[in-house]
Design a protein around this ligand. Structure first.
Ligand SMILES: Cc1cc2nc3c(=O)[nH]c(=O)nc-3n(C[C@H](O)[C@H](O)[C@H](O)COP(=O)(O)OP(=O)(O)OC[C@H]3O[C@@H](n4cnc5c(N)ncnc54)[C@H](O)[C@@H]3O)c2cc1C
Length: 341
């Protein structure tokens, strides 16, 4: 979490935390005309300044850059907060094409969503495939024996928290947009922002248009322009703060009947590479093959027979479960991407 003036840059998990707390934002700056505004957690950063209340006459307007899971979690909380807070979500993409793939929602994420809103939570719960009450853990990729099983069940149970589950990202997105879509502006990428003398903030969009607000939340993902603007660094490259993880990943998603119903996810580890198989529900499975490679290795490593045979060759001698699932995955069901932190 980084705070500078009236700017907040946060990760998805931070947004869930912010969203899960009661939003009761205050203005800082003493004079009632000052528009410098913060979330409650930030009050402690300026103890010398007296907050003044937000009212129906002078609502707080929050700009949220990015309609990913973080931005949408906060938008939902603002929508449900019943406070004098208005908001606009500025999303770069032109159209809300459903972004694919499952996302694992850990117990604490589910608990945050539950605290955010019972109805929203029950909509997500209805789409969930529970994995946190099943066997999950790490296996030796070659000997095919368990190194460690993760007990996700008893910590959740003892705290009365939901189990870890998996949800399809498009379904999560659709649920999180149900109450907020009227406040989402697409084709509105935030290029930078400007602090104004009266304490308000101006988001400058790609193409030069401007949007004014009291607070700007940077939920614009790993290549954040808001972060770049706040820290005066580029959004990509060596000085951006984003670094290559050292791994490229191949992800496959398919209908699969050969999985172990007792198992949520398995991670097969070995030298320089590892492989994950996850039950994502309704008869579908996802697998990931992580390979230690330099960045942008995709173009330089030829795969004349396709990605499936290429991976089976690299994982020769590893668990037959890996070969079985990769063997029945179509080329069109596999995607490769480099991973950045
Ligand atoms: C392969 C893979 C698997 C993963 N699996 C899991 C998992 O199982 N469980 C889990 O918890 N996490 C998982 N993660 C991590 C998770 O996807 C991220 O932590 C999460 O998506 C971050 O959410 P976010 O809202 O901060 O950013 P994002 O989801 O990246 O959303 C950012 C949004 O901002 C928009 N945007 C970008 N730039 C701008 C701009 N300048 N102006 C306006 N809008 C902009 C984007 O279009 C996007 O809609 C995985 C990540 C990867 C890569």
């Amino acid at each position: 979490l980084e705070v500078r003036n009236n700017m907040l840059h946060c990760s998805a998990s931070m947004s869930l935390l912010l969203a899960a707390s009661t939003v009761n934002a205050v203005r800082l700056g003493g004079a009632p005309t000052m528009r410098r505004a913060v979330m409650p957690q930030m009050v402690a950063t300026s103890p010398q300044v007296q907050p003044d209340a937000i009212s129906a006459e002078a609502p707080l307007h929050v700009l949220i850059a990015g309609a990913g899971v973080g931005g949408l979690a906060l938008a939902n909380q603002l929508e449900l907060s019943n406070s004098h807070v208005t908001y606009t979500v500025l999303e770069r993409t032109n159209e809300f094409r459903k972004f694919g793939g499952p996302i694992q929602l850990a117990s604490n994420a589910m608990e945050s969503l539950k605290n955010l809103d019972a109805e929203l939570y029950s909509e997500i719960e209805a789409r969930a495939t529970w994995t946190g009450n099943r066997t999950n853990g790490i296996k030796d990729g070659i000997r095919n024996e368990w190194y460690a099983k993760f007990d996700l069940e008893s910590p959740a149970k003892s705290r009365g928290m939901p189990y870890t589950c998996v949800v399809e990202r498009p379904e999560l997105q659709e649920i999180m947009m149900r109450r907020t879509s009227k406040h989402i502006r697409t084709a509105s990428g935030v290029e930078s922002y400007r602090d104004n003398a009266d304490g308000s903030i101006t988001a400058v969009l790609d193409g030069g248009a401007e949007v004014h607000g009291d607070v700007l939340i940077g939920a614009d993902g790993i290549w954040s322009n808001v972060r770049a603007s706040m820290t005066d660094t580029p959004s990509r490259g060596d000085e951006s703060g984003v670094s290559y993880s050292g791994y490229t990943v191949f992800a496959g998603e398919l209908n699969y009947g050969g999985g172990d119903p007792e198992c949520g996810y398995k991670v097969y580890i070995g030298p320089g590479q590892y492989f994950v198989i996850t039950d994502i529900g309704r008869g579908r499975y996802q697998w990931y093959a992580f390979l230690a490679r330099p960045a942008d290795s995709e173009a330089s490593e030829e795969k004349p027979e396709g990605m499936g045979p290429y991976l089976r060759n690299l994982f020769e001698g590893w668990s037959p479960e890996i070969h079985d699932i990769v063997g029945v995955t179509k080329e069109s069901e596999i995607e490769q991407r480099d991973l950045y932190d």
